[in-house]
Design a protein. Structure first.
Length: 163
């Protein structure tokens, strides 16, 4: 295969040597072996001559990454960047992870459970407005986001396969 030098304006998109050519092929067997040895994504990227993003894609293709969790039921809003790491957002994500069977550190789970218990026992729910952020609001019986999520988490924690 013939390669050619890339024009200066495009070299950042063409690869580390500035050549247009085929994409790097990552041997899945070798990738599995190196992942089992504990190499980081940065180390793998350097070893295979690709970006860390390329390693993440290769790991997904090889079945080496955990499936992505869907938090859209727990966080049904498009969050402003400033609110995405707030306490309520973090608690909702941690509860969602637990409800979907993902193991999370006990202290994070306990924090999220205490927060949700406090809201539910106080007859409160969580609401979100872009620009303003999260707010605790009176819960609508039978339609509380936090109450429903808390029930899902408790059911997931009681399942024998999660113990």
């Amino acid at each position: 295969m013939r390669t050619r030098r890339c024009p200066p304006y495009a070299c950042g998109r063409m690869g580390s040597e500035g050549r247009v050519g085929r994409k790097a092929v990552i041997d899945q067997r070798e990738l599995r072996r190196l992942v089992a040895e504990g190499l980081s994504n940065a180390e793998l990227a350097s070893r295979f001559g690709v970006s860390e993003s390329g390693i993440l894609q290769a790991k997904r293709a090889a079945g080496l990454s955990k499936p992505m969790l869907d938090h859209s039921r727990a966080i049904p809003w498009k969050l402003d960047r400033a609110h995405s790491q707030s306490g309520p957002a973090t608690n909702l994500r941690n509860l969602s992870s637990a409800a979907q069977g993902r193991a999370i550190p006990a202290e994070k789970l306990n924090t999220a459970l205490r927060w949700a218990d406090r809201l539910v026992s106080g007859g409160l729910d969580i609401a979100y407005e872009p620009g303003r952020g999260f707010a605790e609001v009176p819960a609508v019986p039978g339609r509380s986001l936090v109450e429903g999520l808390l029930a899902e988490v408790r059911a997931a924690l009681e399942r024998p396969e999660d113990r």
